[in-house]
Design a protein around this ligand. Structure first.
Ligand code: NAP
Ligand code: MG
Length: 510
């Protein structure tokens, strides 16, 4: 099928869905909110509203928490591991069939490129909503339910008696999990959170970001189609205070959150009164370090892809480019040429290689950040302008600073703005100190052929994810998460899965 037809049909299906199912999804049904509040979703590619959804009230939060808890106790925690696996694989098949519609919804809601149609899109299309990534995650976690196992210990003789004590640990699902999502990859973050929770035997309540309310509702309807019991996956839209209500609800046992450091801090405080388990994936200001012996072509391509993919609205965006002075001009020349070829435009248009930024306010905030940086002495190498067209677009931008402590090299821009920081080869201690001199610690990448340098720097960099000769590093098999103000806990891998399980210790005297 040709790409244009796929996009048009998927968009039509997305619009039909948005017009019909704009309610809350509670206990397996689309139900009306008890509030009159409406959230409008603005398509960032056009600046126009493309759908409305109902916003939940505090009463709805209580109802949904009860529905999720009932389902947990009465149904889902009693479903056998093998059956959970079968259902997850069935859901993966259904999601795959609906991939284009999900990508079209996210393109309209968040401005993420409609990438599913460009199946063979190369690195340059990264930032596109690719359904394969979601399927990989579902199938990875679908393998875990039958591998949940505790420990058992040798029988312990009890001194002075004939008794022995048998001890073992049992791993049980935690219970109801609140999944609070950001707007920059709505479907992907829903899958990353809901799937391991369900695999572990937990039930879920999803709270999408207010800018991107729609794909979570659509995906919830697919869980119903796959046969998940009513109440296993619930979706309530609403703004920050509804998220706060949910995070304080006593029936919620764990919160898994992706979003800003500021909101992560509030959630952490709210969760503390009931000691909820927390996984927080927060902001970043990742260092991308190019040494003199690096493959400069590859480094420039990855900087372009990860830096300007999704218009820089990407937590692992390599927003601090530390480049050794001997290769600076060659790196900048290559990156500038790649940036020059970027086609900025509508997320649904097949020729687009960089979409919009999320809101008009964000576009203006990015513009102001660039102006402030220039006033502070940063040199503009390319870009730096708002694009004067409908929607919210900002040019791919590169600034250069001498001082890594300047504001532009410290604060998360969350837009297509990268900061270049040249360094001298003999100054590796300075490099490590400066790369670590940020409140964040999500990712860092190193570009060098010298494995000894790679190992030494990797051990000294303060980041949860380090990559060498590639950026970024995401795979459901390996844990993902940050240190410092980039968060706590890990998603993915066994560690991510185990975060939805509670350990019970059993002592039996026999
Ligand atoms: P955000 O403003 O922190 O919002 C995230 C979610 O939290 C939204 O659903 C938001 O609802 C909700 N929320 C707001 N206040 C709340 C409260 N007091 N209690 C509970 N929930 C609350 O983040 P964003 O603007 O959507 O996303 C951008 C940020 O996410 C960036 O900082 C980026 O670095 C980070 N991010 C991190 C990762 C990672 O894996 N580390 C990945 C992607 C993005 P409303 O939308 O209604 O405010
Ligand atoms: Mg927000």
């Amino acid at each position: 099928m040709d790409t244009i037809v796929t996009v048009r049909d998927s968009l039509k299906a997305a619009q039909d869905f948005a017009a019909r199912n704009n309610k809350l999804f509670v206990n397996g049904e689309f139900v009306d909110s008890t509030s009159e509040d409406i959230i409008s979703s603005i398509n960032p590619s056009t600046g126009e509203k493309w759908g409305d959804v109902q916003a939940a009230s505090s009463v709805d939060v209580n109802n949904v928490a009860q529905a999720a808890e009932q389902c947990f106790h009465k149904i889902w925690s009693k479903v056998s591991p093998r059956e959970r696996e079968t259902m997850l694989h069935r859901f993966a098949d259904i999601l795959e069939k609906n991939g284009d519609v999900i990508c079209a919804i996210d393109a309209c809601d968040s401005g993420r490129l409609f990438g599913a149609a460009a199946q063979n899109s190369d690195l340059v299309k990264v930032g596109a909503a690719r359904i394969e990534t979601l399927i990989d995650t579902i199938r990875y976690f679908a393998g875990w339910p039958t591998k949940i196992a505790g420990q058992s210990f040798p029988l312990i003789p009890q001194p002075g008696t004939t008794s022995v004590c048998s001890m073992q640990t049992i791993l049980e699902p935690i219970g109801v999990v609140a999944c609070v999502l950001p707007w920059n990859a709505p479907a992907l973050f829903m899958i990353n959170k809901v799937i391991p929770a369900l695999a572990a035997g937990c039930t879920t309540i999803v709270k999408p970001a207010e800018q991107t309310p729609m794909s979570a509702l659509f995906i919830a309807s697919l869980f119903r189609e796959a046969g998940f019991p009513a109440g296993a996956v619930n979706v309530i839209n609403g703004n920050g205070p509804i998220g706060a209500d949910l995070c304080q609800n006593p029936l919620v046992k764990k919160i898994t959150f992706t979003g800003s450091t500021e909101v992560g801090r509030k959630i952490s405080q709210a969760a503390s009164s009931t000691f909820k388990r927390l996984t927080l994936e927060l902001g970043g200001k990742s260092a991308f370090i190019v040494m003199h012996d690096a493959d400069i072509d590859a480094a420039a391509i990855h900087a372009r892809v990860s830096g300007y993919g999704n218009a820089g609205q990407f937590c692992m965006c390599p927003s601090r480019l530390f480049v050794e002075k001997s290769v600076l001009s060659s790196f900048v020349e290559k990156l500038a040429a790649l940036a020059n070829n970027i086609v900025v435009g509508d997320a649904l248009a097949p020729e687009t290689t960089m979409g919009p930024v999320i809101t008009r306010q964000d576009r203006d905030r990015i513009d102001e950040t660039v102006s402030d940086a220039r006033a502070e002495g940063a040199e503009l190498i390319f870009g730096g302008e708002i694009l004067d067209q409908p929607g919210h677009f900002f040019q791919p931008t590169l600034l250069s600073v001498a001082n890594p402590e300047s504001l532009i090299a410290q604060k998360e821009v969350f837009g297509p703005v990268l900061t270049l920081i040249p360094f001298d080869r003999q100054n590796l201690d300075w490099l490590v100190t400066m790369a670590n001199d940020t409140e964040f610690g999500l990712a860092a990448s190193l570009w060098t052929k010298d494995l000894s340098v790679a190992h030494r720097l990797a051990s000294q960099l303060e980041a949860g994810i380090i990559t060498v000769n590639t950026h970024p590093g995401i795979d459901p098999m390996i844990p993902f998460g940050g240190v410092k103000n980039s968060g706590t806990g890990r998603e993915f891998g066994h560690e991510g899965f185990a975060s939805f399980l509670e350990t019970k210790s059993l002592h039996i005297m026999v």
